[in-house]
Design a protein around this ligand. Sequence first.
Ligand SMILES: Cc1ncc(COP(=O)(O)O)c(C=O)c1O
Length: 380
Amino acid sequence: MSPEPTRISRETLVVHGSSRSDQRTGALVPPLILSATFAHGNQEQLAYSRDRNPTWELLEAAVAQLEGASGAVAFASGMAGIAAALDLLPVGAEVVVAQDAYTGTRDLLAHLSTTGRLRARRVDATAPAALEEIGGAAMVWLESMGNPLLSIPDLRAWAAAAHGQGAILAVDNTLATPLLCRPLELGADLVAHSASKHLGGHSDLMLGVVAGQDPELLSRLRQQRTRQGGCPGQLEAWLALRGMRTLAVRLSRQCQTAGFLAGALVGTSRVREVHYPGLPTHPQHELAEAQLDGGFGAMLALELEVGAVAAEQVCTSTRIWTNATSLGSVESLLERRSRWAGEEYLPEGLIRLSCGIENQEDLLEDLGQALAQVGAGPLA
Ligand SMILES: Cc1ncc(COP(=O)(O)O)c(C=O)c1O
């Protein structure tokens, strides 16, 4: 099946977009081509699996279709893709980056700044005044949904401002996925994913994808991957294809659970703030309603009126939630975010919750008993 993206919903595309049933065998499941090398003279002109591999290419086509991109390039991890995208820029170029961008992205930019490769300027991407600060930058790097406070930048406004100054807009769409947000439709030039999160969806692979419209940028990304060797493993690409087939059902349930938990925790004992874009109190709630399609995401953050020790106690007292970093998988995870270098700007009692697909009442009860141990939450 080769569905037409404009006429078929993305819920259907995720199931069928990646599967081209094999003409010869009728197999519905895409083939896993592990071969590192290919006999010279083959029909597909394949040569070596650091350059091209048919299993990656199925994944790239599936992500490109969902993002409304002309093409996509898969990498060994989300960070390998982000590094390749930044490597498109000339030496000394300036990158304007959202101040709450993923710590790994900010760390890479800080490193590239110390070596003189690039310069980075952090801005509050939700502040209209920041749109005036692009002058001189070659790239703007945003996230369609920042975390852990779930900030939502106005992507259409950023695209117009970036292009007005001759800059590229690149958007990390990991948290929202192309089911909730399509940055390219809003004017972005590149969209990046850590497919280790929602796209894979099972905490069992590391993979990144960068998609875009401009064939020249895509070709340079492919060349960079071939030269530097940041190519994905064949098995990981295959696992991501399998994971993506259930993305719509997983994400829909995760968004439902996140909304349910946010509503249940608001105003409870020693909960200073619940950060979730689906709540009317969220500073970008209206923008989130306009820019996101079909849900407000699977993550929320709980700002407790407790210190670091008590917040850590909550994270280690749950039975269903696992105290671990990451997001977008079938298992629910929580962590005290400011325990990480680069995240010290966050309140020490802030807990990030990444909802999985377990029963939402079970998740609330488990969280409630852990919060109650420090006098917080609905059961305290
Ligand atoms: C928003 C975001 N982008 C990129 C990355 C990096 O992806 P990876 O861990 O696959 O390298 C992460 C990882 O946590 C992330 O959360």
